[in-house]
Ligand binder design. Structure first.
Ligand SMILES: [Zn+2]
Ligand SMILES: [Zn+2]
Length: 464
């Protein structure tokens, strides 16, 4: 068996690992690189593997840094199946459609304002066409990937449909070799979704390390309740009279924030106020989530039993159309605005940032991981002014990071999920983390007796 780390190696985005075994070539994930626009475009435009020789893709979850290169792979000649869990299919479909739209908008913007002509990585038609290759499986059900190779998904508790991937390869005459890939691994006790399931023992382990060297300050029990820093941000705008803008991933984070805001208003912890969800993608993702109650935890099911909608309430206003979206601008008084994208790279959040950042009564609350070279990261680092849509914008609003909403396990949570695999694991690869985080997790794993722990670089290939 040979594994080549084609992305999310030495960094977080662009998740893609090539497994060559039993005469077949499989990809674990097929994601886009994110970050500086030009650099990301170039990295994504480069063909990372001979697409027509890939037999199948196993997709851990719908996030675009894991799924976003699928239409590209197909347009480069990939004809095989793309295996994923049942809820991941509709989520990936809407995310790919959205990614194609963003690319079309970006290339148009470049052509018009910078006279740079560039092809989008793929079109909405490509994003549509690749769905014919989707093949869904339920959690815990074995399926054949190729003769001699079978796989199953386990709930990873990261976003709806997210999975750790367990592969079993039988090459003639040899005892089976198993591979466990954590995908993005979630936390216990987060809202709505069931907790992550145990990982399956394997000879080869590939683990994410987004927070491989960090411990979330909030314990898992705190994640059950609306997190204190979110409520603090709301209290702050109540005093200042401004708006609270939360840039949020449309899939996962937005639903968790909605859940927490609704629960806090129901419990009287904060007064009732309008919550605008300004993202057609978030609206679609929320509907998909509501259609998969089999993935809900007890708390979410209880809410349904009380005849309350999972995420909708009188306060929550979904704005799908552009005109509805613009009506937020004229709204007077306190309000919370959730808008994509989570790292402030594109989407409607940019217009809200441009409008709200120059005024000190407003508050921008960043939630979750902000990748290097993104506007979100620059705001988090306190840069002032910042560039938004070609303009210099002063940052007078309060900028803070709200904690307790991470969809990624921290160091201790990863270590306790991985520990039961230590006895079998002959090789452990640490991916999906910035160097400090990946190295940190690697040394913790070595300290716990893991053998053959390695942090691969992008493009690095290992024979097993
Ligand atoms: Zn993810
Ligand atoms: Zn990821």
């Amino acid at each position: 068996m040979r594994i080549t780390f084609l992305g999310a190696a030495g960094g977080v985005t662009g998740s893609m690992h090539l497994v060559e075994a039993a005469g077949k070539r499989l990809l674990l994930d097929c994601g886009l690189f994110q970050g500086r626009r030009d650099e990301a475009w170039e990295r994504n435009a480069q063909q990372r593997t001979e697409a027509d020789r890939v037999h199948a893709v196993l997709l851990s979850h719908a996030h675009i840094d894991h799924s976003g290169a699928l239409p590209l792979l197909a347009s480069q000649g990939f004809r095989g199946r793309i295996h994923m869990t049942t809820p991941t299919a509709p989520l990936t479909a809407v995310l790919l459609r959205d990614a194609a739209k963003i690319q079309a908008r970006d290339t148009e913007h470049l052509r018009k304002h910078q006279h740079i002509s560039r092809e989008p990585l793929y079109t909405p038609e490509h994003a549509e066409a690749v769905q014919r290759q989707f093949q869904t499986a339920d959690y815990g059900a074995w399926f054949e990937v190729a003769p001699g190779i079978r796989a199953l998904f386990r709930n990873a508790g990261h976003i709806l449909g997210s999975a750790s991937v367990h592969l079993e390869v039988r090459e003639n005459g040899h005892s089976p070799v198993r591979v466990t890939f954590t995908g993005d691994f979630g936390r216990r006790g987060t809202p709505i979704l069931k907790d992550p399931e145990a990982l399956d023992p394997a000879e080869v382990v590939i683990t994410e390390s987004t927070y491989g060297a960090r411990v979330h300050s909030h314990g898992p029990e705190d994640a059950m309740t609306p997190c204190a820093s979110l409520l603090e941000a709301v209290q702050w705008i109540l005093r200042s009279g401004g708006k609270l803008l939360i840039p949020a991933f449309s899939v996962g984070r937005t639903q968790n924030l909605l859940w927490s805001l609704n629960e806090a208003m129901d419990a009287g912890q904060i007064p009732r106020m309008p919550v605008f969800v300004d993202s057609p993608l978030a609206v679609a993702a929320t509907r998909i989530m509501e259609a998969h109650p089999q993935c809900f935890d007890e708390q979410a099911l209880q809410r349904l039993r009380r005849s309350l909608a999972l995420l909708q309430s009188r306060e929550v206003r979904f704005t799908e159309g552009v005109e509805e979206s613009k009506s937020i601008n004229t709204f007077r008084g306190n309000a919370v605005i959730l808008a994509g994208s989570g790292m402030c790279e594109s989407g409607r959040v940019l217009h809200h940032l441009k409008r709200l950042l120059p005024f000190q009564e407003n508050c921008v609350a960043l939630s979750g991981y902000q990748a290097q070279h993104t506007l979100g990261r620059r705001l988090q680092e306190g840069r002032n002014p910042v560039q938004i849509l070609g303009d210099e914008v002063r940052v007078e609003a309060r900028v803070l990071s709200i904690r307790g909403f991470s969809a990624h396990a921290d160091r201790d949570e990863l270590l306790s999920a991985l520990q039961p695999l230590q006895a079998q694991a002959g090789r452990t690869f640490v991916v999906h983390g910035e160097p400090e985080q990946a190295d940190g997790l690697a040394s913790s794993l070595k300290g716990r007796g893991f053998q053959g722990v390695f942090v691969p670089q992008e493009g690095e290939s290992v024979e097993i």
